[in-house]
Write a protein of this length. Structure first.
Length: 508
């Protein structure tokens, strides 16, 4: 018998009777290795694939499956760590059935009474916001310390040490430490809030921890946010401009208006509340035209980001002292007057709470107050008189469309006398030495709100870049003195701009 490697042949010289035997042997050995072999994958829930492979090799080697060196022949176990799966190759269907039965018996939660302590670090939310939900989902299993700020500091920070006869569990991505006295018995698992590390401490079995992680995947998600661009303006009204913004123009194609009967107590003239949705460019173009004529005064133009369902507040105000009481004490020859003073916020205060539905529509709860000191009450106290205009409403706003709140009109009448000192106050003839002035001013408060939903970190980054570009352009326009630039706009930017580091300019 001679081997011929170049031709991949074996040359056999023998008698005619033996040649038939050689041919059968060659046919037996020169066959497809996978033709009769069975291959099956077994996903594991609790055990590690490598540990399962070693355990099955020991079991089938002890059962004398043609074992050589303790390993069974005709059976191959291939652990797939990334898939947490065990691949089994064997030619015998009966052996494959036995392997499947053994895997079913071994891949179970450990019957040990030990309890493990896990730490889950919050990715997006706050642990104090999650704990009330956990207490409702697991009312009978939360420990006595659940929901209370408890700082957990394990004494052992090393990996879990496997006791003899206990298989290693599936590798977890969160830190796990073996609790002291774990063999004392396992009861209902405990959930403890670690406010210091913004984490949740779970003490329980692996299955309980896995069930809790399924809940956390739903709760601990990236929160939806709303970027709110607000422009508060006061429009001077005259015969040519009766409602600040031409609402009839705004009710054309692409927008709509609506009247709401809202009266303002204490003001002689009020048309009620009007709100509308309009494309940002058209709306701000109308405001810009009014500003160029000197008929619009921009009171505030803040930009704020709020989390879904969380109340936000914008306040640009000053505190004005108001006397609320006086007490006079007679001491000796002089009276001592003690005054009680409170400070009242006067200015622009905007409170809003956004709620985002699945379709991207935003429900806004708006509470807007604009106040100012209009005079003094006179008398011994002489407290200031406040002029206050407020809007409280709930609206459903589409994304990237400007919401306009208007129609709050106030009227102020002023009268004054000027002339020659003393002489203009003489009865009947005083008018010969002075003049009387009477003026009436009417203003409308307009609030422009443009909401935008931020659903991911990438969208937040893009909005930051857009805002930075607008600040740069605003600086340039101020330096060039080109007038008022629309506050709200749709910047043109290609997708590749997110990959570039924005250039920064020094302030002029």
């Amino acid at each position: 018998m001679t081997e011929v490697p170049r031709a991949n042949m074996v040359l056999v010289v023998d008698t005619e009777g033996n040649m038939e035997k050689h041919a059968k042997l060659v046919e037996l050995f020169d066959a497809d290795a996978f033709r009769a072999a069975g291959v099956k994958m077994f996903p594991l829930k609790f055990l590690d694939p490598e540990e399962m492979a070693k355990t099955l090799e020991n079991i089938f080697g002890a059962l004398d499956f043609g074992a050589k060196g303790g390993k069974p022949s005709g059976i191959n176990f291939v652990p797939l760590e990334r898939m947490n799966t065990l691949l089994v190759v064997t030619a015998s269907p009966k052996t494959m059935e036995n392997i499947e039965r053994w895997i079913g018996e071994l891949d179970k939660e450990s019957s040990s009474t030990s309890r493990t302590v896990y730490m889950y670090r919050m990715k997006h939310g706050k642990v104090e916001d999650v704990m009330p939900i956990m207490n409702k989902l697991f009312p009978g299993k939360t420990g006595a310390g659940a929901g209370k700020p408890t700082e957990f500091k394990p004494k052992v920070a090393e990996p879990v040490i496997k006791p003899a006869g206990v298989f290693s569990r599936k590798k977890e991505q969160t830190a796990a430490v073996q609790e002291e006295g774990a063999m004392e018995g396992a009861g209902a698992f405990d959930i403890i809030m670690d406010e210091t590390n913004n984490s949740i401490i779970i003490r329980g079995s692996a299955s309980e921890y896995a069930a809790l992680m399924n809940v956390m995947k739903v709760i601990d998600v990236y929160p939806l946010q709303v970027l709110l661009e607000v422009l508060i303006a006061e429009v001077k009204l005259d015969d040519a401009l009766r409602l600040g913004v031409d609402w009839k123009y705004m009710s054309q194609s692409g927008s709509w208006t609506h009247d709401v009967s809202v009266g303002i107590p204490g003001l002689p003239v009020s048309q009620g509340l009007i709100y509308a949705f309009e494309k940002t460019d058209r709306l701000m173009g109308s405001v810009r035209a009014l500003a160029n004529d000197g008929k619009v005064s921009i009171l505030s133009s803040p930009i704020v980001i709020s989390t879904n369902g969380k109340k936000s507040k914008i306040e640009v105000a000053e505190q004005v002292p108001v006397t609320t009481g006086q007490v006079t004490n007679v001491a000796g020859t002089a009276d001592v007057i003690t005054e009680t003073v409170e400070y009242v916020d006067v200015g622009i205060i905007l409170n809003f709470t956004p709620y985002i539905n699945d379709e991207g529509l935003i429900t806004l709860e708006i509470d807007q107050n604009v106040s100012e000191v209009s005079g003094a009450s006179g008398g011994s106290v002489n407290n200031p008189i406040f002029l206050k205009r407020s809007i409280q409403t709930t609206l459903l706003a589409p994304q990237d469309r400007s919401l306009v709140l208007g129609g709050l009109i106030s009227e102020r009448r002023e009268r004054s006398r000027d002339g020659v000192p003393f002489l203009y106050k003489i009865p009947f003839i005083g008018w010969l030495f002075g003049t009387r002035n009477a003026s009436v001013s009417r203003t409308e408060l307009l609030i422009f709100i443009t909401p935008r939903v931020i659903e991911s970190v990438e969208e937040g980054t893009q909005l930051s870049l857009e805002f930075e570009d607008r600040v740069k352009e605003l600086k340039q326009r101020i330096s060039e003195s080109e007038g008022l630039k629309p506050l709200l706009r749709e910047p043109q930017r290609d997708d590749s701009s997110l990959l570039r580091e924005p250039k920064r300019e020094d302030s002029p």
